[in-house]
Design a protein around this ligand. Sequence first.
Ligand code: GUN
Ligand code: ZN
Length: 436
Amino acid sequence: APHTVQAYRASLLHFLADPAFTEEAYSWHQDGLLIVEDGRVKAAGDYAQLVSTLPAGLEPHDYRGQIITPGFIDTHLHYPQTDMIASPAPGLLPWLDTYTFPTERQFGDPAHARATAEFFLDELARCGTTTAVVYCTVHRESVDAFFEASEARNLRMVAGKVLMDRNCPDFLRDVEGQVGDSEALINKWHKHKRSLYAITPRFAPTSTPAQLGAIAELAKAWPDTFIQTHVSENKDECSWVRELYPDSRSYLDVYDGYGLMRPRALFGHCIWLDDEDFARMAATGSAASVCPTSNLFLGSGLFDFEKADGAGAKVTLGTDVGAGTSFSMLQTMNEAYKVARLKGSYLPALRMFYLATLGAARAMDLEGTIGSFKVGAEADFIVLDPKCTPLLERRSVHCNSLEEQLFALALLGDDRAVRATYAAGVKVHERSGAVA
Ligand code: GUN
Ligand code: ZN
């Protein structure tokens, strides 16, 4: 019979704190051992110290030369937009009208939704993402299909039905002022197996004040669900919100006015926030999901990491597929680094790996559950190969520190760097072939 205990020998990296604010923020074991029992972390430390604790006869999986980290957490993306990734349009609003709404129409069909969800989850596994915060469409079928697929793989996923009751095509519109099947979906999926539900107003322009009121009620009735939406992504969108909600102090203040800022509320983009907005993000325990590949692709703008950190706001990274141009959190770090540089700030690689693991778990109020190798945490982890391509192999020889090694992986890596992905201790992806 297979052991319920499994062990993995590799270099181990995980975070204990935010490297932007703390000196000893991470744990690194050059020759490490990760021990997993019944899908949870039993121990993580030096191989030499831990090997004697293994059950007799248990041979560790040999991943020497590779780096094991917690699986990546992508805090913002749209599974129904998989088939329209890299669709050209001059900015957010035409992109939504031309591609997004027609594409999302098809997700009333359960078979289409399920097939797309399966591909999407395969792609996340290839990229080393073990938890994602996912927009479905307005159709309840799109939510059922997604969670049926993610539960069959035993993944910790967050998702929800998109809510919109105006400024969208009839075929994607909720009954005015109502939240459709949201409550039934929360009852069905929230905390069922590893699933968690996100109440998902698309963004302020597509909800009437009456619908935001109904969403506020729902969020109050279900305080441990997630809330996800978009805010201050694009300048035209911001002007539109000023017209639609003239009494609100700012775009973010529309949500604030409905009580939608709270722990487990994730706001996509946050590019055009002012100081007062960032102060509200911090005060309410809300989190920004920063999506640099999307923001550069649509020309939306550059997120201000320094301002967010200065305010003490929680920050996470998202791909925002299909406006985002990659499923890879490594490629998302690559672009985040450049966005930070263009704003005059600087993101070390260690900070970016933190943001994609423990930082996201903390922002999601899931610290101790995912995002680290704390004893008892769910064993969602990935095996990264720092020599996965000829170029990275050549570059690695000249890396003189962990920071340099992680930086090269973030800037040059993608799905090719992910040798294997494990969810709750079970392998869900293994990269075929040797050096790419
Ligand atoms: N704002 C409202 N809907 C969307 C969406 O689907 N993608 C992005 N990037 N922004 C949005
Ligand atoms: Zn989005």
